[in-house]
Design a protein around this ligand. Structure first.
Ligand code: FAD
Length: 555
């Protein structure tokens, strides 16, 4: 079978794919679209997904990267939402244990904070109950002394105690790509850099297809389907406008940013979820050699592509970190990377950004286009289920075909075939024993397993087969990872690889400083770029490379 996400065969694959009529066209390759592709294909619906940028280049690579039940939403009494996303945590962990990893989280209770001892205890208890949390991961309440032992950096004079509970850490962009890879293995098709420009209608005004532009080959095509789903996150209303179906229900975009500092500048013992001065809450999450902190939540009306962190956002986060952990004294210059994302929330009159519900909703257009809006990364499987329920029901009513119903509960996502977290650790150890003699460290193996799961094997094969003597082990490993990405994960350029497949721009920016020209050379050789394209991709990456610290030079 052809590898449908090979960047090398992309043009040919696209031309082949658009020859047929589909059951469903999905517009948008973030987590919502990817989830729908997986759900639809497991119900034996023939589907194709188009993403105008890279997969996950929208909000789905710009989140806090937590699969979480949304403890905060309990405050707004959103019990159904908390129950659903809370339960989804365990399901996603089971199906993708390599990229949905349990993490201890400390919630300090402070004087005049938004939560008191009793409400924190009750809140965490209800949270565990709603989410059906297993015994070993249930919340523990700590007194002041134990809280300060757990986290000595906390501000002693205001801490009253703490709650220790579990959330799940993920890599949002990898969750998208692994979901898509799984969907594709089951029969779906998906293409990045293909933008849906307009809908095609029949004489009764029903949408029967889309006009697309392939931004890599610069070609326009038409594709036809029985149903069309608009899953474009922050762009949802733009596509509804094209369909004349934008009504009083509309999106409300809010911006959230994260900053990244070296771990030794905020060396937390575990992740923390703490109060801000304006009675919000933010996360500080250690990850390898860095700690990332966020987020903000502000109304946003600027351009949707590439939202930026500004100095004010960064200072807000720094002020609140320094207030809670007074000895660290973080300053702007400590920041080594950052990102900003837009929440595609559903507008509710008179509500402030943090009060807007994170629930999802399906909008129906007279043309038949189905739009899914709102929601969270965590709830993507259930959002997909609700959307595909609608699609499948309509298809089954129109045609004489059986209803299959949702079947994603037990589908293991790409590379995640492990029975438990313990098995992952065992696997890392055994691989490390094997590759130690080749100079690959346990840490390098571990990093790759927590990105690619069992697919690390393919990367290690490439590493051995195509070793280049003039580069060191680390550089060869990175090249192998890139080659894997080109072959199996639709990596077309430097940004695809360094931002969304490997996450290195956010978490290992310093390490790519000297190697990205080598990676560009490999991409150009593999994909046969002309010089002009090579320079354009280089410039695009360098712009992103600078942009993550751009606020340091702006007012
Ligand atoms: P997107 O990821 O934006 O995907 C939509 C895609 O559609 C884009 O890639 C875009 O390029 C594409 N597109 C648009 N127009 C077209 C077109 N015409 N043709 C083809 N493609 C098109 N949720 C959690 O569960 N946990 C968290 O920790 C969390 N933290 C967050 C922190 C922040 C700061 C933000 C902003 C959000 C956070 N969320 C979190 C929410 C979560 O990230 C989003 O709900 C989710 O990523 C939205 O995914 P999506 O697929 O709907 O949108």
């Amino acid at each position: 079978m052809q590898n449908k996400l090979s960047a090398k065969n992309r043009a040919k694959l696209l031309k082949q794919a658009i020859q047929q009529q589909y059951d469903v066209i999905i517009i948008g390759g973030g987590i919502t679209g990817a989830g729908i592709a997986l759900d639809a294909t497991t119900r034996q619906l023939n589907c194709i997904l188009f993403e105008m940028q890279d997969f996950a280049a929208g909000t789905s690579s710009r989140s806090t990267k937590l699969i979480h039940g949304g403890l905060r939403y309990l405050k707004n009494l959103e019990v159904r939402l908390v129950r659903e996303v809370g339960s989804e945590r365990a399901i996603l962990h089971k199906n993708a244990p390599h990229i949905v990893v349990p993490r201890k989280m400390l919630l300090p209770i402070i004087k005049e904070g938004s939560l008191g001892k009793y409400s924190t205890s009750m809140g965490l208890y209800v949270y565990d109950l709603l989410a059906g949390v297993i015994r070993s991961e249930r919340r523990k309440m700590l007194n002041k002394k134990k809280t300060l032992i757990r986290e000595p950096l906390l501000r002693e004079d205001i801490v009253l105690g703490g709650g220790l509970y579990y959330e799940y850490q993920t890599d949002d962009a990898r969750l998208v790509i692994e979901t898509l890879k799984t969907a594709i293995n089951k029969g779906a098709s998906a293409f990045n850099y293909v933008e849906v420009k307009e809908y095609i209608y029949d004489e009764k005004g029903k949408a029967i297809g889309v006009k697309i532009i392939d931004h890599i080959e610069n070609q326009i095509f038409e594709v036809f389907a029985k149903k069309i789903v608009n899953a474009t996150g922050p762009w949802v209303d733009g596509l509804r406008k094209k369909d004349n179906s934008l009504n009083e229900k509309r999106l409300h975009l809010t911006k959230g940013v994260h900053i990244v500092v070296p771990y030794n500048r905020l060396p937390l013992q575990q992740a923390a979820y703490f109060d801000t001065q304006d009675r919000r809450m933010i996360f500080a999450i250690p990850k390898g050699n860095i700690t990332y902190i966020g987020t903000t939540d502000n109304n946003y009306t600027g351009q949707i592509e590439r939202p930026q962190v500004n100095k004010e956002d960064a200072e807000y986060i720094i002020d609140n970190v320094n207030r809670m952990f007074p000895t660290v004294n973080i300053v702007l210059k400590d920041i080594i990377s950052s990102w900003a994302g837009l929440r595609p929330l559903i507008h509710e009159e008179g509500k402030a950004p943090s009060e807007l519900s994170r629930k999802d909703e399906i909008f129906y257009a007279d043309s038949g286009v189905i739009t899914i809006a709102g929601g969270k990364l965590t709830g993507f499987r259930k959002m997909a289920e609700r959307t595909v329920d609608v699609v499948e029901k309509a298809l089954c009513e129109e045609e004489d075909r059986p209803v299959h119903g949702v079947a994603t509960l037990n589908i293991v996502l790409g590379g995640g075939d492990f029975k438990s977290s313990k098995k992952i650790k065992k696997y890392i150890k055994s691989l490390s024993g094997k590759y130690d003699s080749k100079g690959i460290t346990l840490e390098q193996i571990s990093k790759l397993v927590y990105k690619y799961g069992r697919n690390i094997i393919n990367i290690l094969f490439i590493f051995e087969d195509e070793f280049i003597a003039e580069y060191n082990i680390h550089q060869n490993l990175l090249l192998a990872e890139l080659k894997y990405g080109i072959k199996y994960e639709a990596v077309n350029n430097l940004c695809d690889f360094l931002i969304r497949r490997s996450g290195m721009l956010y978490f290992e920016r310093k390490e790519i400083e000297n190697i990205y020209p080598v990676l560009l050379e490999e991409l150009a050789n593999s994909l046969g770029f002309e010089e002009i394209k090579k320079q354009a991709y280089l410039q695009e990456f360098e712009t992103e490379y600078k942009a993550v610290l751009g606020f340091l030079d702006r007012d």
